[in-house]
Design a protein around this ligand. Structure first.
Ligand SMILES: C[S@@+](CC[C@H](N)C(=O)[O-])C[C@H]1O[C@@H](n2cnc3c(N)ncnc32)[C@H](O)[C@@H]1O
Length: 253
């Protein structure tokens, strides 16, 4: 199983840290508000954040009353930043690939993940491993790039534009061809995995989950007008998809 660790590449890490640190960015303006609106009450909860990155969410969970937060990530650089900037007594950051979470000998009330599962080669296998370390009434809440976005294979422009560069519509090709996408984005050969919406949903069901809520990223007209370069395209397609799941009573029905 391939385990890309692109966030330890200097250029990629710097680009991510800089864009994530800007006051107006995709994570804080679009992703986090939707994900947080789907969370249960965190007070007293034992939480695992998969692909915790620089630790922003782990720190917020701690401040929202979580009993403990374990943040795991494959990138040393991301974890070093998290430990330096987003530490708390009840947060532990650990270097671990999400593919190995079944080695965690613990069970959680809540498992979250923001924009990480695009990197999982075996999404259904990952869902099964997550399911195995959740308490009976636990929840899984996660976001990932929307399949409309991951369908891109780098061979065509993401948007058709007017002569002045205004985005007319988003281009979509090879949506039904699933698998690895290797594109040049910040670094050459950036890798993520494209899956259709039905593949995601059926993998969750087969892993033993009930989908309680699904959201697609939306952004207000005001924000789009105010920041056209950053958010102008969000009228054409949702950047992210979100799911909240509980455990179903019977597996593999
Ligand atoms: C887009 S960043 C998101 C970080 C954080 N969740 C946030 O919302 O700011 C993706 C993160 O996933 C991590 N990641 C990628 N592949 C991974 C893997 N196989 N196992 C664990 N973490 C991984 C990266 O190192 C990076 O920190």
């Amino acid at each position: 199983m391939s385990k890309q660790n692109v966030y330890d590449n200097d250029a990629f890490f710097d680009q991510f840290r800089n864009s994530r640190s800007r006051e107006v960015n995709f994570n804080d303006c679009i992703e986090t508000p939707i994900l947080f609106s789907m969370l249960p009450d965190l007070r007293g909860k034992k939480i695992l954040d998969i692909g915790c990155g620089m630790g922003q969410h782990a720190k917020q969970y701690s401040e929202m009353g979580a009993d403990s937060v374990l943040g795991i990530d494959i990138s040393e650089k991301m974890l070093a930043y998290a430990k330096e900037h987003h530490s708390a007594e009840n947060i532990v950051y650990r270097r671990m690939a999400m593919e190995n979470i079944d080695t965690i000998r613990d069970a959680f009330d809540l498992i979250t993940s923001s924009l990480v599962f695009d990197y999982a080669e075996d999404f259904e296998g990952l869902m099964k491993k997550i399911h195995s370390i959740m308490k009976t009434d636990a929840k899984l809440v996660f976001s990932m790039s929307h399949p409309i976005v991951t369908a891109w294979d780098g061979a065509y422009d993401r948007y058709t534009r007017t002569e002045t560069g205004e985005r007319l519509y988003a281009n979509l090709r090879n949506y039904c061809r699933e698998g690895l996408r290797k594109v040049n984005w910040v670094v050459n050969g950036y890798e993520c995995y494209h899956r259709t919406v039905s593949t995601l949903i059926n993998a969750m069901i087969r892993a033993g989950f009930v989908i309680e809520q699904c959201e697609e990223a939306r952004i207000s007209d005001d924000m789009r007008k105010q920041y056209p370069a950053l958010f102008g395209g969000t009228i054409h397609r949702p950047e992210f998809i979100f799911f909240r799941c509980g455990k179903s009573d019977c597996l593999n029905h």
